[in-house]
Design a protein around this ligand. Structure first.
Ligand code: GSH
Length: 209
């Protein structure tokens, strides 16, 4: 399999981390961002949006990271991620609600925006809103190791892939109960360290590449 997409893309990170937890392997090719390459006719045939990631598995070509991960959990030989209806529900919620509350209003508005152009009141308000959502995921997790139970699952990929940036941005945080221990457990996983705890300084102040 081939995953097209730069290592600093959060959606590429989710796919590569999930894929590795499933015991699968893929060659990742640097595309997008400073690597460019998403505007070529060949790339647009794979993804008319010109975004990363794209998965190639033989003749099958998929874009949209959540769809890619859903496909991968059902692929022969894949094992190791809980993906039942409740995992899927929390994964969907994390991809659409939790990530949407973080990526643009916090990460883009703060880290990817040049300092002079930042609206810090809006960033702090957005961070507090994100933390409110994160506390919902932690309430679901309760005393269990992972969001939906005893096994790492799809929901953890979509919650967890945000947390390296959440915990490493130089912003004051009101860390929701349980989330520090949850994040600490994620950082013990080699696949999380390899694919999510990726230096993102190339994105600083870069609203466009
Ligand atoms: N809904 C899409 C969003 C993909 C997306 O926005 N990808 C970003 C990186 S996270 C991208 O391609 N940015 C432009 C680039 O890297 O050139 C998905 O989940 O795959």
């Amino acid at each position: 399999m081939i995953v097209h997409g730069r290592a600093s893309s959060s959606n590429v990170q989710a796919v590569m981390w999930g894929l590795t937890e499933l015991g699968l392997t893929a060659e990742r090719r640097d595309v997008g961002g400073r690597f460019k390459g998403t505007d070529t006719p060949a790339y647009r045939r794979m993804n008319p949006m010109g975004l990363v990631p794209v998965l190639e598995d033989g003749d099958l070509v998929l874009f949209e990271s959540a769809a890619i991960l859903r496909y991968l959990v059902g692929r022969p030989g894949a094992d190791g991620l809980a993906a039942g209806p409740r995992d899927d529900m929390w994964a969907e919620w994390a991809k659409t609600t939790l990530a949407r509350a973080f990526t643009e209003p916090v990460f883009w508005a703060y880290y990817r925006t040049p300092a002079a152009d930042r609206d810090m009141d809006a960033v702090h308000a957005a961070l507090a809103r994100f933390e409110g959502f994160l506390s919902m995921a932690m309430a679901e997790r309760g005393a269990r190791p992972w969001i939906t139970g005893d096994q790492l699952g799809l929901a953890d990929i979509w919650v967890g892939h945000l947390l390296y940036r959440y915990f490493s941005l130089d912003l004051p945080r009101a860390v929701p109960e349980g989330s520090q221990a949850y994040y600490d457990a994620l950082t013990q996983r080699p696949a999380y360290r390899d694919h999510v705890m990726v230096d993102y300084t190339e994105l600083k102040g870069r609203l466009v590449f």
